[in-house]
Design a protein around this ligand. Sequence first.
Ligand SMILES: [Zn+2]
Length: 256
Amino acid sequence: MSRLGKYVCALYICLAIVIGGFAAYFKVILSDPNNLIAQRYNAFFYGSYDNNLSNPQGKLVTTAPNYKKHGQVINIDSNLCIREEPNLDSYISYCLYEGMIFDILEKDNGWYKIKYEDIIGYANGDYIEEYDETPPNKVYDEIQSNSIFKKATPIEAELTAYCNCAICSEAWGSQTAMQTHTRVGVIAAPKDIPLGSKIYIPELKDYKEDRIFNVEDRGGAVVVKNDGTYIIDIWLPTHEQVNEFGRKKTIVYLME
Ligand SMILES: [Zn+2]
């Protein structure tokens, strides 16, 4: 073999080693679902990466079921922050409250990498209890409704509904008795419940997630009936919904 031939041959071998090395490197990197390069690579080719600039760590929008454990927030006075990095100086992306549950992705030096809904970040392990299937403590919703019920007065009520239309509101339209505008969460209550009060209506979970309604309106038919039942008039966006709603007997809770 000529001298040139030997050089070319050696060059080919070197190239093969370098390319082979790169291929192996990327194979390892791209098979790790937690790796940022892998996230971007997969996002580029499969479109599952939420390119949110305020969050350089990124969020995987699709569920990556690579977790085994769940966690619950415990022993916290205010809230547990989800941070972008596992340290106290890192940017806070979200806050969790006592009893809330989430998935645990990783555990590292007293910090957990967690996933709550579509938010992924790090939380301080001191306030987390791990579990496999059922949350070991009361969950957030239960704690919330317990504290609401403790400080609330139950009232027997008959729920009706109204909208901004002329049939329901005459000329008042979107203006409430409190000079605010009607919106989801506004209700009219009899005069002995002060404007500005809040009423918890368990029955209306599908209409308003936290079930807390603001007394901002009055109405001619919104009275206490002879049998002591309070008429509570719920504002709805359309008259069609008002017709669908009809009347419902239920218990509501006047909050402190
Ligand atoms: Zn109407």
